[in-house]
Unconditional design. Structure first.
Length: 128
């Protein structure tokens, strides 16, 4: 896992400069060990680079508890447009399928041209 995160880091190194804003979106609540460990590995890989001083904004869709239907998706879009108005991350990192699908469908509405990286996605077949 750490090796994969490091490779992602190398690929985006040119984008990651001092005080780099990164938006992190998790499918589930922060108390899920899987989500916590995914984020921990990602953050450790970046924080270990002395040249980088990334800043993180974190969102939890909490889709295991709430479910993720069209109404909830619309609420999240409205919330993020309001909360992140004027904010432009240099990188978006998502964990698990719901956050990945949400950003595939809405990234250009919310954060056009921002690179997206992910981990923990189970079904990549429909996104080729």
């Amino acid at each position: 896992m750490k090796k994969m995160i490091f490779l992602v880091f190398i690929f985006f190194y040119s984008l990651l400069l001092a005080d780099t804003p990164i938006l992190v979106i998790h499918s589930y609540h922060e108390s899920y060990p899987w989500s916590a460990n995914q984020y921990k590995g990602f953050k450790q890989a970046l924080d270990n680079e002395k040249e980088l001083y990334p800043s993180y904004s974190i969102e939890y869709l909490d889709s295991k508890r709430r479910g993720f239907d069209k109404d909830y998706e619309d609420e999240i879009i409205h919330y993020m447009r309001s909360k992140y108005k004027g904010y432009q991350p240099k990188l978006i990192y998502v964990t698990d399928d719901d956050a990945f699908n949400f950003m595939l469908h809405n990234k250009e509405k919310l954060f056009p041209s921002v690179p997206l990286v992910f981990s923990g996605v189970n079904d990549l077949s429909k996104h080729k």
